[in-house]
Design a binder for this molecule. Sequence first.
Ligand SMILES: *Cc1c(COP(=O)(O)O)cnc(C)c1O
Length: 422
Amino acid sequence: MTFQNTLEFAQQLDATDALAQYRNEFHYPQVNAKDVIYFTGNSLGLQPKRAQRFVDEVMKDWRDLAVEGHFYADKPWWDYHERLAAGLGKLVGAKPKEISVMNTLTVNLHLLMVSFYKPTAKRFKILCEEKAFPSDQYMLQSQVRFHGFDPKDAIVEAKKREGEHAWRTEDILQKINEVGDELALVLMGGVNYYNGQVLDMKAITKAGKSVGAFVGWDLAHAVGNVELSLHDWGADFAAWCSYKYMNSGPGNASGIFVHEKHLGKSDIPRFEGWWGTKKETRFLMKPEFDPTETADAWQLSNPPILSLAPYLASLELFDEVGMEALIKKQKQIVAYLEFILQDIDAQVDSTFEIITPQDRGCQLSVLLHGEGRSLFDYLMKQGVITDWREPNVIRLAPAPFYCSYEDMYHFGQILKKGILQK
Ligand SMILES: *Cc1c(COP(=O)(O)O)cnc(C)c1O
């Protein structure tokens, strides 16, 4: 399609957008008495209007039923989390039994590393991407030290080439083969938070497995954003937060995936709690741990139902729409945004550079060579919500659920004005 940077053209795209009606399913913050243009669904998704109803339902059940709500609420609490498994399984390409919902992301990565990072004197190294999300770096370093190793020896980073902004798959695969039988674990972000790159998770998983390592994925920026086939790829485990593209609410519960081949085992190293035992016998309060046959075996505590309620509401929206339709719109709206950026760049003789490669999901990261933080501040004041990453990158994620083509057009006009008025 040949795009045009005009209001009429953008409105035409909106008129034929199959997801346009879903804009009404979300609440928008207001700036200058207008709905904002929201580009930070990769950081915190907007609130689905129906989330309120799901939360109210739990509050009402608690008020009217108190402890009886565990078993007699419309959606009983004792297995409430199981309602999320099928929908999440679809999003990450997993069987429902390979999914659980619990804790938060960094906590879950730690818990999963208890099971899947079992270093020996010979095989103790972890491969991650350079400049991984800070929480992941701290998590890996502390795990390595906990096992008595030095992060300097044990953590190997896949690097980008000098002067390049994206990783090359062949370089990552080569690194895996190079570390070879010293490699205990590959743990990377499936979609990089900084440059928006989608790694070749299939090829990397295969390579990691072929040298005998465990392979896990941090899917914080991937779930609800790109197509995933964790089961078929043969990944050992994965975890994600739900408040980014999944719109579940700030700090909300994390999902985990554990491959079927690791389920139903009693001899796997794991930190355990009562919500991981078989539910048929859980309330017999027996001293032996009898793990569920599902990924719930990693669940320690009875989950926070008030948090799961908005997560379930949001998942219902994903179920209704399906990833295929979301990705279809995402590809087009991201391409339109890219076109607008390039068109404005040419008009104002500015120099921004899109550092996100073609292997991408919803996010474009834009390096502002000539512009500073003042441009970002200007955008925010005009109701364009983006985020700023040092030294000079703004990240733009037009989430297909609630961003319109007209938003992209208006953003371009505001950007142009912001640069010209300097
Ligand atoms: C957002 C994000 C996190 C956040 O971790 P929490 O434990 O939910 O605070 C971790 N890792 C990556 C890659 C992220 O993008």
